[in-house]
Design a protein. Sequence first.
Length: 322
Amino acid sequence: MIYLEIGENEAGQRLDRFLRKYLKNAPLSAIYKAIRKDIKVNNKRENERYALKSGDVLTFYCTQEELEALTKKPERNRAKRQFEICYEDDNLLIVDKPFGLLTHGDGKEKKNHLANQVVDYLIETKSYDPRKEKTFSPASVNRLDRNTTGLVIFGKNSESLRELNKLIRTGDSVEKYYLTIVWGEMKAPLDLEGAMIKDSRRNLVTLLDEADDKSKTMRTIAEPVKVRGGYTLARVRILTGRTHQIRVQLAEAGYPLVGDPKYGDKKCNRIARERFDLGTQLLHAERLVFNIKDGPLSYLNGMEIKAKVPERFRKIETELFK
């Protein structure tokens, strides 16, 4: 008989979702069969939708060897740290992601990405001990493209992660600001709204004339900071967090990001490549502002976090707007 006590970082999950993460090597059919026949919560049968509470005790028939086989995690080498820390407390970590690093792994890169680097850092500083956690791992609440630099927020415990995910979905609780250089002279601020649909196979976003039941809404506000010689340094705030949102909406508005290979202007990109050896967009998540009036993270209210603009971005900016 195995006895398993639910901790604070597992509380709030549905029973089946917890078991799918905890018994990661077990077939789904075996997990749902065990819920129906073998697993008890506090000595009672519960259905798969039961919301676990801290202190709940799960019991099920299994040997220690079988449990180790069902829960074993693949071993990996530590990821070399490439990020800078912009803010950290007991609940969250905000880092500056460098150019060229994935926020999460993909089919080609499964080890050396920002999420793994952050987990390794938190293990090293004893902020996270995977041996004491059954399913929880620190995770990010926002994602940046590989070639976008700047601020990424990680929750260090499950309560903070849930709260951050809830807050990030509302445009006013966590204000997100970016800097970019676009082709064209932006004379006045833009307030862009629209509907989008993503082609996951090609990792490409298309704007729609009208929203439908498969589309998602986007809203982006951009204002010119410097304007000269056919270019604009723009500060952009996103009120929704969609894939390629800034890139596709500014391009549609007539201000494609300089160097953007997917949504950019071919002539502009050719000039940028010849002049600056630039083959991708300049986009930097430079600032976060917290507006949190209540809840467990209300101590962040009014706080502003900044990430230094990368040297390459600054050099190109200086040359274009000197």
